[in-house]
Design a protein around this ligand. Structure first.
Ligand code: C2E
Ligand code: CA
Ligand code: CA
Length: 523
């Protein structure tokens, strides 16, 4: 097939293909990134809330121990110390307990009598304080819960190990920080009082409603990369999708591009030529016109039928320049034959919807008619009923302009489409061409003939001139003539033929024209 050759793809095409291949990834990456950050943020909020709950449970124990000692502040240490120790052994998270006057600790469960300055103001909301270490276990952080009483306060301490455990609920890669006032503690048990680190991804904060502490949670930037790794199958799928789309487009473009390039080459090489099929009057059989039918004179494949290449030409927008070229060739062939053509000789040209919308239509018709003596040739534009033209203001305006030039409109393949009376009126159709499938019914049984009869009757009702296509038998000719069909076209009279053959045909068909010197010279 002539439309199979491979085209050359330009750099622009390759760039386009690369863009198609990368499009799903380019669109998917930000989406996945956004999704990854959303996941991390929600995970971060969740684990902060979990850590708050875990620490509240720990502090509940400390608070219970301190509350149990509420009656002891002010009492001598020797009397109270036993109860202090009992609270330590009775509460799982409590490391030690102590009693304090309003400004100093005076008794602890670990050492008995003791002395260290301590004021209510050292505690956040007077209740909670995070210490980097104490004298007993230097280097080991602790959280102190304070229960104020009229005589001072009862204290319960929680070891950093328990705090660390509560913070260890964090997912690997994430971090949790316990913040009590300005002091903060990480899962490694170290306390600091400077500005806590800022998390790059999913930073969130959850505050306890029952104790004056909060939990900061978040991830370093590297966590998003890990999330990317988790999404690797989706990324691979997106990549594959892009690749498939690019390959599909490449294949499609190869096909369409090869078709277009081959048609362009053939057009430039003048391989699309007109064949002419006579149209005769049904009463006396004289040739009153012709239909121009395009052929592709291919250098290797020979003569190619229009239905094998016209759909591609329509698809890639080349049908308009091809038809214009056909009109020019037809005018150049027929103009010298004017003496052999009867006045008002019909030249039917097939027109696609695309051409009706083309701005050059009026100029193309004018240029064609200018090649003939005024009024000698009747140009007829054949619009097929199978492809109804959208009656836009622009199309109607263009068709009105060509009608002003004296061009007529024929509705081709009449009976095969869905045109209504309103449609025929809108386009001011002058001729109807009855499709050959109805003509073929004439030779068949009575039922099918009814269909032909009704199509002919419909044409008569519309009051339009009628051409019957595909007349192959004398019986069909007689039937159509007797039913008032004025013009006939078909193999019975002549097949579509090369220009040279057509010139011979009209010279022989009009012997009286041969008398004219110019026609005889041509004939
Ligand atoms: P169409 O416009 O309906 O043209 C009539 C077709 O019927 C022609 O086929 C012609 O050869 C064929 N034909 C004529 N008399 C007989 C007959 O007695 N028996 C049979 N079986 N067939 C007959 P062709 O030349 O192959 O053209 C096919 C179609 O291609 C045309 O149908 C038309 O729709 C399209 N076409 C042809 N040339 C052009 C063109 O220049 N432009 C456009 N847009 N379409 C064209
Ligand atoms: Ca036609
Ligand atoms: Ca037709």
């Amino acid at each position: 097939m002539p439309l199979r050759r491979k085209p050359h793809l330009s750099i622009g095409h390759w760039l386009g293909l690369a863009a198609i291949a990368l499009l799903p990834l380019a669109a998917g990456l930000p989406l996945l990134g956004w999704q990854a950050e959303r996941n991390l943020a929600s995970q971060s909020r969740f684990q902060a809330a979990q850590a708050v709950a875990a620490l509240e449970r720990v502090l509940d124990n400390a608070a219970a121990a301190a509350q149990a000692l509420a009656a002891l502040p002010g009492q001598p240490c020797e009397q109270a110390v036993l109860e202090l120790r009992r609270q330590v052994t009775g509460n799982p998270y409590v490391r030690s307990t102590a009693l304090a006057t309003p400004d100093a600790v005076y008794c602890t469960s670990l050492q008995g009598p003791y002395s260290e300055a301590l004021a209510a103001g050292d505690f956040v909301a007077g209740r909670l304080r995070l210490f980097a270490a104490d004298r007993v276990t230097p280097g080991r952080a602790l959280l102190v819960y304070r229960h104020p009483t009229t005589q001072g306060s009862a204290l319960a301490t929680v070891d950093a190990e328990h705090l660390g455990n509560a913070l260890a609920v964090a997912e690997p890669g994430s971090q949790l920080i316990l913040k009590v006032g300005p002091a903060w503690l990480k899962a490694d048990g170290r306390v600091a009082a400077n500005e806590p680190p800022r998390f790059e991804v999913g930073a969130s904060m959850a505050a306890s409603t029952r104790y004056p502490f909060s939990i900061l949670s978040g991830y370093p930037r590297s966590a998003t990369e890990r999330q990317w790794l988790r999404d690797a199958p989706i990324l691979a799928l997106l990549g594959l999708l892009g690749l498939t789309a690019a390959l599909g487009t490449y294949w499609q473009r190869q096909r369409a591009g090869s078709q277009r390039q081959e048609l362009e080459r053939a057009l430039a090489a003048g391989e699309f030529i007109p064949f002419f099929q006579p149209i005769v009057a049904s009463d006396d059989g004289r040739c009153t016109g012709l239909e121009v039918l395009m052929r592709w004179q291919h250098p290797e494949d020979g003569l190619i039928r229009p239905d094998l290449f016209i759909p591609y030409a329509e698809g890639c927008g080349l049908i308009v320049p091809m038809t214009r070229d056909l009109l020019r060739q037809t005018a150049a062939i027929l103009a010298p034959q004017v003496p052999c053509l009867e006045a008002g000789f019909h030249v039917g040209v097939n027109l696609t919807a695309a051409h009706c919308e083309a701005p050059t239509l009026v100029e193309d018709c004018r240029e064609f008619l200018e090649q003939f003596p005024k009024g000698h040739v009747q140009l007829v534009l054949e619009l097929t009923e199978r492809e109804l033209i959208v009656p836009t203001a622009q199309t109607l305006e263009r068709l009105a302009a060509v009608r002003e030039l004296g061009v007529k409109i024929a509705l081709d393949d009449f009976g095969t489409g869905h045109s209504s009376l309103a449609y025929l009126q809108q386009f001011q159709v002058d001729y109807l061409k009855i499709d050959q499938r109805f003509v073929a019914m004439i030779d068949t049984e009575a039922l099918s003939r009814h269909i032909v009869d009704s199509v002919i009757a419909l044409c008569a009702k519309l009051g339009l001139d009628v051409v019957a296509e595909g007349v192959e038998t004398a019986a069909q000719q007689a039937y159509l003539a007797s039913h008032g069909v004025a013009y006939l076209q078909g193999y019975l009279f002549a097949r579509p033929m090369h220009a040279d053959a057509f010139i011979d045909y009209i010279s022989n068909a009009r012997p009286e024209a041969k008398q004219l010197a110019s026609c005889a010279a041509l004939g």
